[in-house]
Design a protein around this ligand. Structure first.
Ligand code: ADP
Length: 463
C-alpha cells in the first residue's frame, strides 16, 4: 500500500496559478472551506464570466510586500467564520502545491490581516488519501519567504489581466484589434476616453474618475493618445502609473516623441542618422538657416504638423525663402531639412514592440507628391527591410524609451535616415500589408512585462 500523504497542523503551500511561491497555511479540519488572505478584491469582466483581481500580502511581517493576483471567479458564497460572523466572499479555484503534490482547491478570498496565517486549508481541500497529523509541523517540508526576493525578475504567471485602452476612438481599427487580441487571450479590456477622465491628485490615494465614478486599479493601460490630447493624456497616464498600473508606453516617452524638437535632440544624442535638419522659431536670418542645411531642394516642416499637413518641398532657394517667410508670419516653430530625393516619395514604417521590429511596410506617395502619408493619398505595401534599417528602428525606439513605436525612416544613399518616432502607431496599414498579428504580439509583450509585485515602502521612499 502507498504511504499516506501526511499534512501537519501547518504547511507551506505554493500557488503556481497565482504566481505565489510560498504561503504559510494553517491546516484546520474544523473549517469546511479554505481561505486565502486578500484585500482590494474586485470583480471585473462580463457578469457571465467574472474574473477576480485581488492583492495579497504573503508575508505577515512585511505588509509592504504586495502581490497582485487574478483568477476566474467561481461565484460568491456566504461563509460563517469561526467567530460566528457571516460574510459574502468571492471564491476561486486554483491548484495548490504542498510538498511534491499539486491539486486543485477552492479558495474563498477574505481579509486575514489580523490572523496569524495568510491561509487556511479546510477539510474540503483535503483529499481522501491524505491524513492530518495535528502534532506535526510542516510534514511536507519548509519553503521560505526568501522566494519573493527574486520575484520581480521572474517571468510573471499567465493570469487574466484587467486592461484599459486610453483612447478617444474606441471603435477604430487599432483599438478594436487590441481589444480582440487581448480578449482572445483571456484578458478583460475596457475603453477609457481620455477626455472624460478627471484626476484627484492626492499623495495617499491618487485616483482617476470617469464621468464622476472612481476607476479601478487596472493591471495595464494601453495609451492610444491622439496629438490633440497629448498634455492631458500624459497627465492621466502619469496618474495611473502612480496608482501602480503598468503603462505600455510611459507618459515621459510619449511626451518626448510628440515634441519634435526634443525628439530630434534625443535621436541625435543617441547617434541615430536623420536628414540634416535646422530648427528655428521666427528667425530673422533666413539665409543662414538655409545655409545650415545646404542647398535647395529643401523640406520645410511646421513642428505641429501631423499626417504630412504642414510639410512643404521648396524646389529652389527662392521658394524656400518665401515658405520660411510665410511660416515666420505665423509665429510658428518649424524645421528646415535636407530633401532626401533618392527616397523617391517613399518611406518605411517599422513597427517596434519590446525592442524588436515585428512588422514593416513601405508607403509610397501619390504621383506628383513627395509625402507618403496614407492620409495624403499614399499607398502601403509589404517591404523587406535590411539589417541596418532594423537596427536603426530598434535604436530609435529605445532612445525614445518607447516599448511600442512606429519608426518612420527614409532610404537614403547613405543608409536609413529616421524621420519620426510615433508613440501611438496605427495597426491597420501594418497588419494588412504584413499579414502579421501585431495586436497579438503587443498583448504577448504586455503579459511578460506586467509586474505582479509591488513594494509599497520602496515606492514611497523613492517619491
Ligand atoms: P508628418 O509628421 O506630418 O507626417 P513627416 O516629417 O513624417 O511629417 O513628413 C511627411 C512625409 O513627407 C514623409 O512620410 C516622407 O514621405 C516625406 N518627407 C518628409 N521629410 C522628408 C525629407 N527630408 N526628404 C524626403 N521626403 C521627406
Amino acid at each position: 500500500m502507498n504511504e499516506p500523504f501526511v499534512l501537519g497542523w501547518e504547511e507551506w503551500a505554493a500557488f503556481p496559478g497565482l504566481g505565489l511561491p510560498a504561503v504559510k497555511a494553517k491546516v484546520d479540519t474544523g473549517a469546511r472551506t479554505s481561505a486565502l488572505h486578500a484585500v482590494s478584491v474586485e470583480p471585473f469582466g462580463p457578469v457571465t464570466n467574472p474574473q477576480i483581481r485581488f492583492i495579497l500580502h504573503p508575508i505577515p511581517e512585511k505588509p509592504d510586500i504586495e502581490v497582485i493576483c487574478s483568477a476566474p471567479a467561481l461565484g460568491q458564497r456566504e461563509i460563517t467564520s469561526s467567530n460566528g460572523e457571516s460574510e459574502m466572499r468571492w471564491v476561486i479555484e486554483t491548484p495548490v502545491q504542498v510538498g511534491e503534490k499539486t491539486w486543485p482547491i477552492e479558495l474563498t478570498l477574505t481579509n486575514r490581516e489580523t490572523m496569524a496565517y495568510r491561509m487556511l486549508l479546510g477539510r474540503q481541500a483535503i483529499l481522501e488519501d491524505m491524513v492530518v497529523n495535528p502534532t506535526q509541523s510542516c510534514a511536507q517540508g519548509e519553503l521560505s519567504y526568501e522566494l519573493y526576493k527574486d520575484f520581480p525578475r521572474r517571468r510573471p504567471v499567465k493570469r487574466p489581466l484587467r486592461i484599459a485602452i486610453l483612447t478617444r476612438e474606441p471603435s477604430n481599427y487599432s483599438s478594436q484589434r487590441l481589444k480582440s487580441a487581448a480578449e482572445t487571450r483571456g484578458h478583460v479590456v475596457e475603453m477609457i476616453n481620455t477626455a472624460r477622465c478627471t484626476l484627484a491628485i492626492d499623495a495617499n490615494k491618487p485616483k482617476v474618475y470617469y464621468d464622476g465614478q472612481p476607476l479601478p486599479v487596472y493591471d495595464v493601460i494601453i495609451p492610444r493618445i491622439g496629438a490633440s490630447m497629448t498634455a492631458y493624456g500624459m497627465a492621466v497616464l502619469r496618474q495611473f502609473s502612480i496608482m501602480g498600473t503598468y503603462c505600455l508606453n510611459t507618459a515621459e516617452a510619449i511626451g518626448a516623441s510628440r515634441d519634435k524638437l526634443y525628439a530630434h535632440q534625443i535621436l541625435a544624442r543617441a547617434g541615430i542618422a536623420m536628414p540634416l535638419t535646422a530648427f528655428a522659431h521666427s528667425p530673422k536670418d533666413t539665409k543662414n538657416l538655409i545655409d545650415h542645411v545646404g542647398t535647395a531642394p529643401l523640406v520645410v516642416k511646421l513642428l505641429q504638423s501631423t499626417q504630412g499637413r504642414g510639410v512643404v518641398l521648396a524646389e529652389t532657394r527662392k521658394a524656400a525663402e518665401s515658405v520660411i517667410d510665410a511660416f515666420r508670419g505665423l509665429d510658428a516653430n518649424f524645421i528646415v531639412q535636407d530633401f532626401v530625393k533618392e527616397a523617391e516619395g517613399a518611406d518605411i514604417r517599422c513597427f517596434v514592440v519590446g525592442g524588436r521590429v515585428m512588422a514593416a511596410m513601405m508607403r509610397q506617395a501619390e504621383d506628383g507628391d513627395f509625402r507618403s502619408n496614407l492620409h495624403r493619398g499614399g499607398s502601403a505595401k509589404r517591404v523587406r527591410i535590411s539589417k541596418e534599417e532594423r537596427t536603426a528602428a530598434v535604436r530609435a525606439a529605445k532612445a525614445m524609451g518607447l516599448s511600442v513605436a512606429g519608426v518612420d525612416m527614409l532610404r537614403s544613399s547613405t543608409g536609413p535616415k529616421i524621420l519620426e518616432v510615433n508613440s501611438s502607431p496605427g495597426l491597420e496599414g501594418v497588419e494588412r500589408t504584413s499579414g502579421k498579428d501585431v495586436a497579438g504580439l503587443i498583448v504577448e509583450y504586455i503579459e511578460t512585462h506586467v509586474r505582479p509585485i509591488v513594494k509599497t515602502s520602496t515606492r514611497r521612499a523613492r517619491s
